[in-house]
Design a protein around this ligand. Structure first.
Ligand SMILES: O=P(O)(O)OC[C@@H](O)[C@@H](O)c1c[nH]c2ccccc12
Length: 265
């Protein structure tokens, strides 16, 4: 079993007692409560520079410990905001990535207090609309749909729930056949994960292969393994509108400077 299958199985297991019907009225109500954050899609769609989704991630199965388990998500968000990151990605998976749903609540509250509209992605292994409701309630503006890990009916349920709650969806792919599968759901944003979750290797050639195949009207994100300006330039050169960066920013002494450099790639 590859790591992604293991994580998905663990996620399904840990959610088993929380699964309940999520009615449209509930999602609509949560959608109406969204007042502060801007649109995730619009924040990425700027054409004048490479957009940056800055991720808050304490650890990962591939990198091990990235930051202290006690790292304050809000302090990290503050640095990202100072550097004009276009969007934030907040890991809320605890077991494998050391994040919590509370991190997302705290970050959104911090943004609201400072009058910032920077939209947040709830980065987690979504399998059921109940997690979409949680994301909306916490104030996220986008959810993650990992195409290879989900059955068609699960993707549809997540997409529909996100749509009703007014959230965008980032469809993550890693292989050509996953692009075909993703396109069936009329995605607005597709992320190409450069990390091979079987071997844990990142290779920007994945973006170079897949991003040019994504239809023009879709926002394209290159995810994972982007460490320096050269990497960002490669992503930009193959047509990425945005990059999603975790480890490099978490470990950087000066994330502001790095984000600034990425913007100009
Ligand atoms: O830390 P990196 O190599 O910059 O990668 C960020 C992000 O792409 C990665 O965290 C990620 C991509 N897809 C995911 C799905 C779940 C959890 C995490 C991820």
């Amino acid at each position: 079993m590859d790591k992604l299958s293991e994580i998905m199985a663990a996620k399904r297991h840990s959610l088993r007692n929380q699964i309940r019907p999520v009615r449209d009225q509930e999602l609509e109500r949560l959608g109406r409560m969204q007042t502060q954050g801007g649109s995730f899609l619009k924040a990425l769609a700027k054409k004048d520079r490479l957009s940056v989704i800055a991720e808050i991630k304490r650890k990962s199965p591939s990198a091990g410990e990235i930051a202290s388990a006690t790292l304050d998500a809000v302090e990290q968000a503050r640095e990202y905001i100072n550097a004009e990151a276009d969007c934030l990605s907040v890991l809320t998976d605890t077991d494998y990535f050391g994040g919590t749903l509370k991190d997302l609540w705290d970050v959104v509250e911090f943004l609201e207090c400072h009058g910032r509209k920077t939209p947040c992605l709830r980065k987690d292994f979504m399998v059921h609309p109940v997690q979409v409701a949680e994301a909306a309630e916490a104030g996220a503006r986008c959810i993650l749909i990992i195409v290879r890990a989900l059955a068609d009916d699960e993707i549809k349920a997540l997409r529909d729930a996100a749509g009703i709650a007014g959230l965008d969806a980032l469809y993550e792919i890693h292989e050509e056949r996953e692009l075909e599968k993703a396109l069936k759901f009329d995605p607005k944003i597709i992320g190409v994960n450069n990390r091979d979750l079987k071997r844990f290797k990142t290779d920007l050639a994945t973006s170079e292969l897949l991003i040019p195949q994504i239809p023009d009207h879709i926002i394209k994100v290159s995810e994972s393994g982007i460490f320096d300006l050269e990497d960002a330039e490669r992503a930009s050169a193959c047509g990425a509108d945005a990059i999603l960066v975790g480890e490099a920013l978490m470990k950087s002494e000066n994330p502001e400077e790095l984000i600034e450099a990425f913007h100009n790639a």
